[in-house]
Design a protein around this ligand. Structure first.
Ligand code: FAD
Length: 372
């Protein structure tokens, strides 16, 4: 007779925790999921405002080329035919993204792939001998000044909160030029938004699983640890160890959401504002993710932000210093008392940017390893 109530306590009802909870439950394990937020779904959660699913933690578009992951999610929801085709706005002009024949036509009036290639070569020529030392030089070297100033500079500086000359060159490895008239942002085989929104996916994953929201694991960690044989922890790894070696750094975001009394504001789900002078990076118009037809619309302005303990950790900053710190925490996770009892998974525990399909793939891999 075992003296714990659950086989697994899962800290975090995000996608990673929810997939593992589903699989463990289906294999006959007794599972409890807790989350400190007042809802499940983690960062894929949507808030319903005026009948529109509002992506509360930033725009989420599901895309994958992983057949196993695609088949898996389609067991729980169906996907609509949304194709991510963001538009960039610089001053009063609009440009299609990713950089493709439409963009080159809008920038330079070129109409054929050969003209576009010749123009890009001419734009790059003044910088051909550069050995790029920072992002600005790298972008000039790869695409020339016009493209850099209109579509890269301001947006990237806002994202990173510093001048492009102080951002490392490796951030832009290559510029993905496409010499076709194709505005589909992703190259993946599958993409879309779950019909009924992301909460439909989370709800289906967590159906029949015991979930308690509004509970911070650290408020009573010792008590929660007693409840289960094993703990899957999907929160921040540094926080788990009381930030004893120092805190891992993130970039954060701040969102301003408005309901507007009009049926459409910008005619597209995502518009990037690439001018440095406009303080936000993007405006999302949520109804267009799901082809909404209501009389009202909801828009969100997205502002990049410094991270502090009072705001959300969005993007890990995987530079040398933070990665070295991460390694120290990962070593500690292996050697700490009762190390075998704890499993670390998901984007915060691994301090890694994972797309949703990577998150699901990683959770399913853990399932295979853990639930034999
Ligand atoms: P999370 O969703 O963060 O879930 C972790 C959960 O743990 C949270 O609910 C948190 O409240 C909870 N938690 C943490 N600490 C505690 C604690 N102490 N006690 C209790 N609960 C705790 N992916 C795509 O594929 N397409 C996209 O378009 C896309 N857009 C993105 C946009 C942004 C701005 C960001 C940041 C990410 C985006 N992603 C996208 C990635 C996607 O959000 C992640 O893959 C996914 O959310 C990761 O799930 P997770 O469970 O690992 O983490």
């Amino acid at each position: 007779m075992k003296n714990t109530q659950y086989d697994y306590l899962i800290v975090g009802a995000g996608l990673f925790g929810a997939v593992f909870a589903r699989e463990a439950t289906d294999q006959g394990k007794k599972v409890l999921v807790i989350d400190k937020r007042d809802h499940t779904g983690g960062n894929i959660y949507c808030e319903n405002i005026e009948g529109i699913n509002v992506h509360k933690y930033g725009a989420h578009i599901f895309h994958t080329s992983n057949q196993q992951v695609w088949d898996y999610v389609n067991r729980f929801v169906t996907f609509n035919h949304y194709v991510n085709s963001p538009v960039a706005r610089y001053q009063d002009k609009l440009y299609n993204l990713p950089f493709n024949m439409n963009t080159f036509y809008q920038l330079w009036g070129v109409t054929t792939p050969q003209q576009a290639k010749d123009k890009i070569e001419a734009e790059r020529a003044p910088y051909a001998d550069l050995e790029p030392q920072n992002l600005e030089e790298q972008a000039l070297f790869l695409g020339g000044r016009d493209l850099y100033e209109k579509l890269i500079k301001g947006y990237t500086e806002k994202q990173w909160g510093r001048p492009a000359t102080q951002i490392p060159a490796f951030i832009i490895k290559r510029l993905p030029f496409r010499f076709t008239f194709d505005n589909n942002y992703f190259n993946d085989t599958y993409q879309g938004i779950p019909v009924g929104g992301y909460n439909a996916l989370t709800d289906a994953l967590l159906e029949g699983v015991e979930v308690r929201t509004g509970i911070n694991y650290f408020d009573k960690a010792d008590d929660y640890n007693q409840l289960a044989d094993k703990i899957l922890y999907t929160g921040k790894i540094d926080e788990f160890f009381d930030c004893q070696f120092g805190a891992l750094e993130y970039r954060s975001l701040h969102f301003e959401t408005e309901v507007l009394d009009q049926d459409s504001y910008q005619g597209n789900a995502v518009i990037n504002y690439t001018e440095r002078e406009v303080p936000y990076t993007r405006i999302l118009e949520h109804k267009h993710f799901e082809f909404g037809t209501s009389d009202k619309t909801v828009i969100t302005k997205e502002y990049p932000h410094e991270f502090s303990k009072d705001n959300e950790p969005y993007y890990p900053i995987n530079d040398e210093t933070n990665n070295a710190l991460l390694t120290k925490y990962q070593e500690l996770a292996k050697t700490a008392p009762y190390a075998d009892k704890f499993i670390f998974g998901g984007r915060l525990a691994n301090y890694k940017y994972y797309d949703m399909d990577d998150t699901i793939e990683a959770a399913l891999a853990l399932t295979t390893q853990e639930l034999v």
